[in-house]
Design a protein around this ligand. Structure first.
Ligand code: NAD
Ligand code: WQD
Length: 336
């Protein structure tokens, strides 16, 4: 089976490429490298000892993107490509709407034209906004609160409409919680541009000495210790969830939606402790004001993915911290 992996050079995409190749899927990657480096794919080849074709193409570039479908016989698509920084999406919303929506519209137009009927889409727990029920089931109210989140919600709706009109089309909407960690080899991992927005890359850059101090955004939330609680999931568990989703699509289910999370919540202070234990490095931090737009708690009810996909997360927070640290200390400057 030949899978087109869009955004395959990125953080989650590169880990999923490894797991696909390990399971003997044939893959092709399309990426415009706007938020990634070719080196991540060199490392995927090194880890798996397998080769694959890479198209350096912007999916918003209609003609060049279509050429991939003309050249290749594709059986399914995993669509990771997209811009993902929440704060940036508030400052430059049009770039987010243009990039994330146009790339996806082009993709499904070509999938229909070239008869490719199986799509796994990277959605996000961000579509739940500030959740009314925790743990969050897939049936919870949807309410994105920033332009990035709205692109995810809009794409989910576009895909729902598309599936109503195209009965042969199968889509798995995968709503990820907070992916962290790295491949065991320490050769691939998360390599954010500039100062990281997310907690784990920030902590690990403090640990490696690139950043001085972590700012903990608020300790007055209604949580176990006042700091924000999230459902962190190992990126390799997440990658394996995509393979289960592809297997599910082959049973012609139409549109299906799954949370990919562990079902466990971890606070910022608990995460700092776990990272200190994994790395043996003391994390310098200070408590500052809440970050605008943050919520107190967010974790998944992952039972649907377990019963319907036969998937559940295997790695715990200690594993996630050990693997993040292994990647960071071996690659203090990421892929540079
Ligand atoms: P990433 O930025 O590391 O990877 C995305 C990749 O898409 C990058 O390699 C980028 O260069 C590429 N890309 C962006 N626009 C493109 C375009 N127009 N044409 C071709 N390539 C393009 O992000 P990630 O963390 O691996 O996330 C993958 C997907 O999962 C994204 O859609 C993201 O929104 C979603 N997601 C991520 C998280 C998270 O916390 N990392 C959580 C939930 C959902
Ligand atoms: C986690 C916790 C912060 C940084 C974001 C997106 C979401 C999804 C995943 C894509 C919170 C605290 C953080 C720091 C801190 N991405 N924190 N100091 O906000 O849950 O989710 O990434 O879909 O859409 O919003 O993740 O890692 O930024 O924050 O105290 O320097 O860590 O307040 O409680 P978040 P995060």
């Amino acid at each position: 089976m030949k899978i087109l992996v869009t955004g395959g050079a990125g953080y989650i995409g590169s880990h999923t490429c490894v797991e696909l190749l390990n399971k003997d899927y044939e893959i092709i990657v399309v990426d415009n490298f706007s938020n990634s480096k070719m080196e991540s794919l060199n490392r995927v080849k090194e880890i798996t000892n397998k080769d694959f074709k890479i198209y350096n193409v912007d999916m918003c570039d209609y003609e060049n993107f279509e050429k991939i479908f003309i050249n290749e016989k594709i059986d399914g698509v995993i669509h990771f490509a997209g811009l993902k920084a929440v704060g940036e999406s508030v400052s430059i919303p049009l770039k987010y709407y243009q990039n994330n929506l146009i790339s996806t519209l082009n993709l499904i137009e070509f999938m229909k034209k070239y008869n490719v009927n199986n799509l796994v889409f990277s959605s996000s727990a961000t579509v739940y906004g500030d959740p009314e029920i925790i743990p969050i089931p897939e049936t919870a109210k949807l309410n994105a609160t920033n332009p990035y989140g709205r692109t995810k919600l809009m794409i989910e709706e576009i895909l729902r409409d598309f599936c109503v009109a195209n009965k042969d089309f199968n889509v798995a909407l995968l709503r990820y919680f907070n992916p962290i960690g790295a491949h065991k080899s320490g050769k691939i991992g998360e390599d954010p541009n500039g100062i990281p927005n997310n907690l784990l890359p920030y902590i690990s850059q403090v640990a490696v000495g690139k950043l001085k101090k972590l700012r903990v955004f608020g300790n007055d939330y209604d949580t176990v210790d006042g700091t924000g609680v999230r459902d962190y999931i190992h990126v390799v568990d997440l990658a394996l969830g995509h393979i289960k989703a592809i297997e599910k699509l082959l049973t012609n289910p139409g549109l299906v939606t799954y949370n990919l999370g562990t079902g466990n919540g971890t606070s910022v202070l608990e995460m700092i402790k776990a990272f200190e234990k994994a790395s043996g490095v003391k994390i310098n931090y200070e408590i500052v004001d809440r970050r605008p737009g943050d919520i107190a708690s967010c974790y998944a009810d992952p039972t649907k993915a377990k019963s319907e996909l036969n998937w559940e997360a295997k790695y715990n927070i200690d594993d996630m911290c050990i693997d993040t640290w292994n990647w960071q200390k071996n690659n203090p400057n990421g892929y540079n």
